[in-house]
Design a protein around this ligand. Sequence first.
Ligand code: ZN
Length: 500
Amino acid sequence: MTNALVELKAHLGEVADLSAAAAVLEWDQLTYMPRGGAEARAQASATLAGLTHEKLISQRTGDLLEAAAGETSTSDSDSDEARLVRVTRREYDRQRRVPTSWVGEFTRVSSIATTTWEKAKPASDFALFRPHLERIVAMRREYVEFFAPYDSIYDPLLDGFEPGMKTAEVTAVFSVLRPALVDLVHKIAERAGAVDDRCLQGDFDEARQWDFGVQVLKRIGYDFDRGRQDRSAHPFTTSFSPDDVRITTRFHRDLVASALMSTVHEGGHALYEQGIAPALARSPLANGASHGMHESQSRMWENLIGRSRSFWKVFYPQFQRTFGEFAKVPLETFYRALNKVTPSLIRVEADEVTYNLHIMLRFELELALLQGDLAVKDLPGVWNQKMNDYLGVLPPDDAQGVLQDVHWSGGSMGYFPTYSLGNVISVQLLNTALAQSPSLASDLDRGEYGSLLGWLRENIHRHGAKFESPELLRRITGEALTPQPYIQYLKTKFGEIYGF
Ligand code: ZN
């Protein structure tokens, strides 16, 4: 390797170390930190974020990038080195538009907002959270101006999660998805009695839920020597390196499948991070291609695999032994219950069909907040109105309405659409994997998940962030992002369950 490249890698390694340290602090904040630590942690996180940003946008990064670009100008454009220069250049140009002082202040503001949200949510106290959210929206509006001119005010935010994607593309995908989903929801509503999910409700020991989840994680390939699981209010995955990828979960004693499915979801994220090639560690390439691509992995394991009949043919006997309540519940009853479609209040508990309507609602509200068409004080009312319009359910309080998600408190706006993009991508990918590997379907039927994981590692995980999501998807499937396969998947699966 040439000199400038070696120096660039060492320099970016230090930036990555600072980011990893910040991620450890955030993980601790969301798992073990006592509430009293909030102010001090906000300050420490703000300092680290500022240092990281300063180092990334420094003149030294710019000089090394330029020299390294010269050295790699004749390399294979798909090589790690050429891609490192390209991806770093993109991030460098983006971050240089944002003042370091803004980054530090935003980190401090959102850290305190998260701690406040953790108090406000159980108390259903939007008034407590409101000034923090107002500050976050105001700062996000400042942020987008660093990127002016833009086509949509949402573009600079979306770009942070889906590099290279435009808001207009999201709108186009949603405009195809929405009528198809609404049609499905109506068809299912006419046959609502066809599925009974009462077997999933009861009182289920948390330790047993934990143990069963861990067994499933091991079976799908999550490596506990390079990861661990803890509890948090809102489940998440974080990576300090491909060799230390952690997940969290939370339990509902009254719902047997809730923690399990969320564990499998986070497990899907973690498999992605653990599968990134070691050579990419400590660099901007040691990330997923995009949040949508990341969600495609979590949602593939959670829904396409974890809610499939073949998955439960494998795991149900063990599940019945763990939870004696199911000794007399037939597999088919359980499978249908697990896939029951009901308009409901909580996004993370939503079924596969209504889930995307929760996302579209948030996307529209974020856009309205950013455009100044909606004031934060009016947000709970508009949220409830839209829930009623889209899903026919009315939140009885803000805890089950506008306060349910952690994202806004952490400063994330522009993130929600990536969940639905992940759903769409997951089906495109699995269809391709099944077409390319004739034995995959029977492997899945036997609970042999190594062949799917191997395919995902080879085609997606090992590349990290080398390729932007649209390019990666096209390389693998030969297609651009398209909602049709996902719609077809939903129609087939739920048409069979509901009999239409
Ligand atoms: Zn996720």
